[in-house]
Design a protein around this ligand. Structure first.
Ligand code: ATP
Ligand code: PRP
Length: 213
């Protein structure tokens, strides 16, 4: 097997998720001085810009690419980052894609939890274990709230933003696990090797989102 070519220390590789985060991530990074534009809709998965490569990934793959050093940095929701369990450096809360991860049930439901549906099985198990609730965690792929409506589960653990999905389906939040927003994550080795590119990027993003250094 041919070894992967070494990337120059002044070149950055970024992991960005397709979906609702991509557009704002590109806007923030270009505001912070990187020469990026939103990639045209195509099947291309790797986008080249001067001095920067953007890898377009599924959300849950962003922490993996950054932790394993294939990408130097990335942007991902705190929810997905927590679920990944990856211990990457997380220097900036970018404050967009704000939402919360909550325990959701039908309005007024009080029956003991037997099954809990979620896209976040690790977080859900930790939450239930910490409370001594012996419920089964059922991993689902999307439209998670349907599990609580159909009896697949007594509760779901899912994201809430405006609350309109809850309202439209006669559901309520019974507990908030944590607040989530998009985060800049950085590979720890890359922070040393590509310090000259990553440090100014971190500082600039902190200034843009109004975070104290
Ligand atoms: N309704 C929402 N309002 C605000 N932020 C949200 C909302 N839903 C999700 N997010 C945030 O945006 C991130 C990306 O959401 P998106 O909908 O693009 O992912 P997805 O399509 O569910 O992911 P994938 O299919 O890759 O698993 C989530 O991880 C979360 O941090
Ligand atoms: O409180 P709200 O403003 O209604 O937002 C919350 C909804 O948004 C997300 O779903 P998304 O639209 O990403 O679909 P998905 O369930 O298929 O992931 C999330 O899973 C909730 O269902």
């Amino acid at each position: 097997m041919t070894p992967a070519p070494l990337r120059a220390p002044d070149h950055l590789t970024l992991a960005l998720p397709k979906g609702r985060i991509l557009e704002e991530a590109i806007a923030l990074l270009s505001g912070a001085g990187l020469p990026l534009t939103l990639p045209e809709k195509s099947r291309a998965l790797r986008h080249e810009f001067p001095g920067v490569t953007v890898l377009e990934l599924r959300n849950q793959d962003v922490p993996v690419y950054v932790d394993l050093g294939v990408a130097d940095a990335g942007i991902v929701g705190k929810d997905v980052l927590t679920e990944s369990g990856r211990e990457v450096y997380e220097p900036v809360d970018l404050r967009f894609a704000a939402c919360r991860l909550s325990l959701i049930r039908e309005v007024g439901a009080t029956a003991p939890l037997v099954r809990v549906g979620t896209k976040y099985p690790r977080i859900a198990r930790a939450y239930l274990n910490a409370r001594g609730i012996p419920a089964e965690v059922v991993k689902l792929g999307g439209n998670i709230e349907l599990a609580a409506l159909t009896g697949l589960a007594e509760a779901v653990i899912d994201l809430v933003q405006t609350g309109s999905t809850l309202q439209a389906n006669n559901l309520e939040e019974q507990d908030v696990l944590f607040e989530s927003s998009a985060r800049l994550i950085v590979n720890r080795a890359a922070l040393k090797l590509r310090r000259a590119r990553l440090r100014p990027l971190i500082e600039r993003l902190r200034e843009i989102v109004g975070e104290e250094a």
